[in-house]
Ligand binder design. Sequence first.
Ligand code: M7G
Length: 242
Amino acid sequence: MQHTKSTPSCIKPNIRLKIKTMKLFITEIKTTVVCPATEKHVRKDLHQEVFLSFSVIVPVPCVSFSYEVHNCTAHLSFWIQWVHNILEKKAEVDRIVFENPDPDTGFVLLPDFKWDQKQLQDLYLIAIVHRRDVKSLRDLTSEHLPLLTNIRSKGEDAIQRQYGVPPRKLHMYLHYQPSYCHLHFHFTSLEYDAPGVESAHLLSDIIQNLQADSSYYHNRSLVFPLRADDGLLLRFKEAGKL
Ligand code: M7G
């Protein structure tokens, strides 16, 4: 379906499809329906060869950094519309597990689409911050420590209260680079083999790194996976970095 700017986005998670196999067994698969889907939605779920790459931003900003920033700012309003819908209470209002409305340190915690909430082994929630000026790990400085510690302590408390899962059974992390450039954290059960481990940065590590050095994530090289169809991979190749 062709996407136009006025078309409302519709994402339905955990749709159960029954499939009859050749031997007449009925198999159920869990899927997510995205309508209308942009080329970016389709590409995100297609299998691609993945390479580990890294961005160096000192001493000279390299190709990747400007590309990362561009990636996180341009033409993406439709792509992250679902995030704004949640924050503005236009979607998933009844699924919110916890909210702290503070404009600087607040966030919304709710089940990720990947989790059907039927069992705790694959518990998966996301914490989406209210601030809209923090796109990714790269933007974080010690100024954001109150936000990060708030997410950790209030997120842990809410999950313990709601699901009885203690903090020592939780993974709390973000992805770099993110698919969605609005700061959000993943809270997953330690028992769940969540995808994206190669791009995960633990919330506790981020807090410690920023406590030690406010500009840690401004200056560091960061390793991240790149799919074969990512334009940045091409830039790395052109720059002789791969
Ligand atoms: P990701 O796709 O790994 O992107 O995680 P990231 O690298 O930016 O972290 C984003 C997470 O958001 C995924 O685990 C998705 O399942 C989840 N997610 C995506 N959408 C569109 C929705 C949504 O509309 N509602 C909820 N609750 N979760 C979503």
